[in-house]
Design a protein around this ligand. Structure first.
Ligand code: NIG
Ligand code: FE
Length: 418
């Protein structure tokens, strides 16, 4: 094998697979970072090398070569906020909302999250697994290679552990990396009605230790909102979660400003999510603590919100902005990332480059995975998508097509239409 010229980026001696003749947006440092006429080599599950075509050795021996025919490679999408495990449907509620009922009114009348809780409690683990595995298989076809999944439709110990057990089975059976989050403090279950403090005590004293023992979830989330839990209740959950060694994340300032973001940021949260009502003080706290702002335009769209997150302030203060599907049966039944990119641009004013950085490198950071996911760089996991597009902006601009050619996870082809 003739080894090439650029001594600062030498072609490795051993590689398993090479993608040749591609255009690449590596998304390194949150920008497109485009390379034309490029190649990418994989060794094991990792990216071993990225460089120009003319730096490839003349003979590649028996190495497995995938000719990309000048198509684009981007990092696989990281979906950093989903509620992917549920049973039942909320189509009737959708119709009620079209007739004028608000999300909060439906929640107060025992619908909303609690109606999905009833259906999820009633479903067996196997049924939930089958439903969730179908959704995971679909997300794969959409170029999503890492998926965060929250519990939070069980709201009792047994049902929350059942949901997380399903997440554990998905981790083993799906090609995507699954990050499980415990969201016991998602809504007040009917058996604790009017006793939110008692429920929070149950979450911290009974559920958290059970979740810890089960060993599947790595993070704890809370819905801090006037229809869910207060800042003080959020603090109690977070302090116990941190003591137990979990990372923390927050559903914050979605329908009103509860100032949960400042609390979460100060406690070292990986991310605060939603953020339509985020104050300037909240933005400053996020900036000071390097907390990722996860924007969920699908929920904004489905709930017909009018107040947009303070994107200009987030940008000005250099807060990393991620975007995610928020896939769930109520506020965001969105089963794909490309429409989310489109909504992030049109509804929230992100540029295509910012939206794509939001679904890759910043989303990886929102999961604490920035060292191994979210951009194309030697040493990172070989999670990538080959797209049949003319330019990366084509992933944000049309709706209704997903021009995936191949999805590669850990160097292996997980889905192909080539
Ligand atoms: O992220 N905001 C709270 N939780 C979910 C909604 C879940 C549901 O409506 O079932 C969200 O939008
Ligand atoms: Fe959510």
């Amino acid at each position: 094998m003739t080894i090439m010229h650029d001594s600062s980026n030498p072609f490795p001696e051993t590689v398993d697979r090479i993608f040749t003749h591609c255009r690449m947006a590596t998304m390194a440092k949150g920008t497109y970072s485009i390379m034309e006429n490029a190649a990418l080599a994989v060794y094991g599950k990792k990216i071993a090398w990225i460089g120009p075509m003319d730096a490839l050795p003349e003979t590649l021996g028996t190495t497995w070569v995938t000719d990309c025919q000048n198509l684009w490679i981007l990092p696989g999408f990281v979906d950093c906020h989903t509620h992917l495990i549920w049973a039942g449907s909320r189509a009737k509620e959708f119709e009620m909302r079209l007739a004028g009922a608000s999300y909060a009114e439906i929640a107060k009348a025992g619908g909303g999250i609690v109606s999905t809780v009833r259906a999820t409690r009633a479903a067996s683990e196997n049924t939930l697994f089958d439903l969730a595995a179908g959704r995971m298989a679909h997300l794969l076809t959409q170029g999503i290679t890492t998926v965060e999944i929250k519990s939070g439709y069980g709201l009792d110990l047994e049902s929350e552990l059942k949901m997380l057990a399903v997440a554990g089975r998905l981790q083993k059976s799906c090609p995507q990396q699954v990050e499980a989050t415990f969201l016991g403090a998602h809504a007040l279950p009917p058996e604790f009605s009017d006793r939110p403090d008692d429920y929070i005590r149950h979450v911290t004293e009974a559920m958290l230790p059970g979740v810890k023992d089960q060993g599947i979830a790595t993070a704890v989330d809370v819905f801090c909102e006037n229809i869910a839990f207060s800042r003080e209740q959020t603090r109690q959950v977070f302090e116990k979660a941190l003591d137990a060694g979990f990372a923390i994340k927050l559903h914050a300032e979605q329908l009103s400003d509860s100032d949960g973001t400042a609390l979460a940021a100060q406690l070292g949260a990986l991310s605060c999510d939603h953020l339509e009502y985020l104050s300037l003080k909240g933005v400053q706290k996020m900036a000071a603590h390097d907390t990722v702002a996860v924007l969920l335009p699908g929920a904004f769209y489905y709930l017909r919100e009018t107040r947009v997150p303070p994107v200009d302030s987030l940008r000005l203060m250099n807060v990393p902005i991620a975007v995610s599907t928020d896939l769930n049966p109520g506020s965001s039944p969105v089963h794909s990332m490309t429409p989310v990119l489109n909504m992030a641009c049109l509804l929230f004013g992100l540029t295509c480059e910012q939206a794509l950085a939001g679904a890759t490198i910043h989303a990886a950071k929102a999961l604490g995975l920035a060292d191994c996911k979210g951009s194309l760089a030697p040493g990172k996991d070989a999670d990538l998508v080959i797209w049949d597009v003319d330019t990366p902006a084509d992933l944000c601009y049309p709706v209704g097509i997903t021009p995936v050619k191949m999805v590669v996870i850990g160097g292996k082809t997980a889905y192909t239409r080539m």
